[in-house]
Structure formats: structure tokens, C-alpha cells
Design a protein around this ligand. Structure first.
Ligand code: NAP
Length: 338
């Protein structure tokens, strides 16, 4: 991945890093970050949003989106995110195509340093860096992603109504995805590499009770198979038995990878409270993190719902919380000055 273009160039040869002093810095350009920006900009906070590695977030690797309210017909994920970006900019967000590489949350103003060399000193921060589905990293997986291979049953399950699908994984996510898909697909095969599931007992009970779900135990997925076409679509899995080594193919129309997510929280390790999986801890029902003035929105603090619409909702909440925080700072300054 190349370096980001700096935001200020006085001379084509000389890069001059700049120090910016926004009241509110938003990190991340998914539905949570953009929504926080829309609310903060409309509240007159003049937010700066640093977009990160994948502006637009997870929706930029999705095709049809049918569950984001407001659109009677399916819309394309990248188009939806571009609309959110345009809306955020239109109401006054200062969007920077840069990547925060270092952050200091130990004192205010908080200090964020970017790949371009630019520095942001902000009184409040909204973290909306998201999470990414973990992929297996086997042949066919990347090429077929979006063409029969998905990491989100709630997003893409609808396209496999009446068809045969496979879910890979053995945790809560995999079992929940299998149960969700069982209501849509003709048949669901859960493929797990061991002989016991990691998922909670209650979920396992529901799984085993479903007539159209089969579990393939001790099966390592080695390959995702596609049709022979210029633009191949998924047609099955290449499997190997973990103990006998026996190989077989499983024919399916859709493949759902559910082997966990990774929140993008490495930057904040040691500075903010997180759970054992690295998700940021926020106050129940709110967006405040363990540091006053730092708020979290979207998947970075949500391992349960993980939807664009819930991310947008918490983005709105984070902007409102940040606005209240900044107003209280201002009030304290006024009192001190009197
Ligand atoms: P997880 O609990 O880490 O489970 C990942 C599963 O994927 C495991 O069964 C693992 O197999 C398998 N796996 C990992 N790498 C693999 C690979 N390369 N190839 C094949 N299989 C692989 O992840 P999760 O299910 O996404 O859950 C993450 C966290 O969120 C958990 O704490 C979970 O409880 C929570 N969660 C909660 C809810 C809920 O409360 N409703 C819903 C979803 C998730 P092994 O078992 O062999 O390691």
C-alpha cells in the first residue's frame, strides 16, 4: 500500500507536514464515521475526518445492499458509501485521505499523527475504525469474494433463497449465520475443522434441531471452487478430513466464512479499555470510552450487531456525546475566565 499524499504541499518537491487543531477529530470513514461527521458538522463543530486505509469501510467490498433503510431497490455498497461521503463533505466535514499511525490519548488535546506527517491536536475524538472479517486465506477465496463468497449472512443471505450454502467456522458467529441462513436457503452445511463447536450450548441446540442444517466435522476447507467462466461464481468447496486426510468436494451455491472478526484497535492498545477480543469497551447504551472526550462508534465497539445501520446509529450517538462533552469544556473555560 503506497503512502498517502500529504494534505499540504507548498512545493512539489517539499512535503510540509501541518499541525491541525480541530475541536473534533473523527477516525474512520465507514457508516459510523460519516454519520458522526454529518451530525458534528451540522452542529457547527467543523470536524476533521481522517479516512484511513479503506475509505468507505466494509461496504465498499459489498455489492447489492438491500437492508439499509431508505432505498426501495437494492443499492451498491460503494455507491452508498460515496453518498455518505458526499453528504458529510456537503455539510462541512473536512475530509482527509490519510492514515492515523500514532495516537496519544493520555492528555488533552489528544494528539494523532498521520502517515503523511500531519498532526491533529483535538479536544475530542470519535473512533470509528471498524472491524474486518477474518478470511481463511485459501485459493479461490479472494477471487470469489462478492461472487458467492461472503462474510456476512445478514447482508448477503437473501441472494441464496432456496439454494444450498455452506458456512465455515464453529463459533457463535458461524452457528448464528447457519441458523439465519437456514430460514432462507434450501440446505446449509456447517463446515468445522474440529469435532466440537466453540459456540454456546443454546445455539448448538438450535443448530442440531434444524432439519435443513448438516454439520461436517473435522473438515478443513482447503479451496473455494468457482465456475469456469470469465467471471467465475462459487460452486463449491474443496475439503480435507483433518484426521484421515481424505479429500472431497462439497457442491454449494454460496459460501459464508464466519471465523471471527478483528476490530481495528491496535492503535489504542494500552490507552483505552478493550475486551479480550480487542473491541473497545463503551458505557452501556452510550459511546463514551474509558477516556473522557474519546467516543467509539460502529463495529470497533460492537461484536454483536455489526450492521451498517447500527454503525450509523452509534455514529450519530457519538457525535451527540462529543458535542455535549465539548460544550461542557467550553462552559468550564468560561467559568474559569470569570
Ligand atoms: P470465534 O469465537 O473466535 O470462533 C471462530 C471459529 O472459527 C472457531 O470455531 C474456529 O475454529 C474457527 N476458525 C478460526 N480460524 C479458522 C480457519 N482458518 N479455518 C477454519 N476455521 C477457523 O469467532 P466468532 O464466532 O466470530 O465470535 C467472536 C466473539 O464474538 C466471541 O466472543 C463470540 O462469543 C462473540 N459473539 C457473540 C455473539 C452473541 O452473543 N450473539 C454472536 C457472535 C459472536 P476452532 O474452534 O477450531 O478454533
Amino acid at each position: 500500500m503506497g503512502r498517502y499524499a500529504p494534505n499540504t504541499r507548498h512545493d512539489p518537491e517539499v512535503i510540509v507536514p501541518t499541525t491541525h487543531k480541530p475541536r473534533l477529530l473523527i477516525i474512520g470513514a465507514g457508516p459510523a464515521g460519516y454519520t458522526a461527521a454529518i451530525y458534528a458538522a451540522r452542529a457547527g463543530l467543523k470536524p476533521v475526518l481522517v479516512a484511513g486505509m479503506q475509505p468507505g469501510g466494509q461496504l465498499t467490498i459489498t455489492t447489492d445492499v438491500e437492508n439499509y433503510p431508505g432505498f426501495a431497490e437494492a443499492v451498491q455498497g460503494p455507491w452508498l458509501m460515496d453518498q455518505m461521503r458526499a453528504q458529510a463533505e456537503h455539510v462541512g466535514t473536512d475530509l482527509k485521505y490519510d492514515l492515523v499511525t500514532k495516537i496519544d490519548l493520555s492528555r488533552r488535546p489528544f494528539r494523532a499523527e498521520c502517515d503523511s506527517g500531519d498532526v491533529y491536536l483535538a479536544e475530542a475524538i470519535v473512533i470509528a475504525t471498524g472491524a474486518q472479517a477474518r478470511w481463511i486465506g485459501i485459493p479461490g477465496e479472494q477471487a470469489l469474494s462478492g461472487f458467492g463468497v461472503s462474510a456476512c449472512a445478514t447482508c448477503d443471505g437473501f441472494f441464496f433463497r432456496g439454494k444450498d450454502v455452506a458456512v465455515i467456522g464453529g463459533g457463535n458467529s458461524a452457528v448464528e449465520e447457519a441458523l439465519y441462513l437456514a430460514n432462507l436457503a434450501r440446505h446449509v452445511t456447517l463446515v468445522h475443522r474440529r469435532d466440537t463447536l466453540r459456540a454456546e450450548r443454546i445455539l448448538q441446540q438450535r443448530l442440531f434441531a434444524k432439519e435443513n442444517i448438516t454439520v461436517l466435522w473435522d473438515m478443513v476447507t482447503e479451496e473455494m471452487l468457482g465456475t469456469q467462466a470469465a467471471r467465475p461464481v462459487a460452486r463449491g468447496l474443496g475439503l480435507r478430513h483433518a484426521r484421515t486426510g481424505e479429500r472431497r468436494e462439497l457442491a454449494v451455491d454460496g459460501i459464508f466464512v464466519a471465523i471471527g472478526h478483528e476490530p481495528a484497535t491496535e492503535l489504542f492498545r494500552g490507552q483505552l479499555s478493550m475486551d479480550e477480543s480487542g473491541y473497545l469497551n463503551v458505557e452501556p447504551g452510550g459511546t463514551r470510552t474509558s477516556v473522557a472526550g474519546v467516543f467509539a462508534a460502529g463495529d470497533v465497539a460492537d461484536k454483536v450487531y455489526r450492521q451498517a445501520v447500527t454503525a450509523a446509529g452509534t455514529g450519530c450517538m457519538a457525535a451527540l456525546d462529543a458535542e455535549k462533552f465539548l460544550a461542557s469544556l467550553e462552559h468550564a473555560h468560561q467559568l474559569a475566565a470569570e
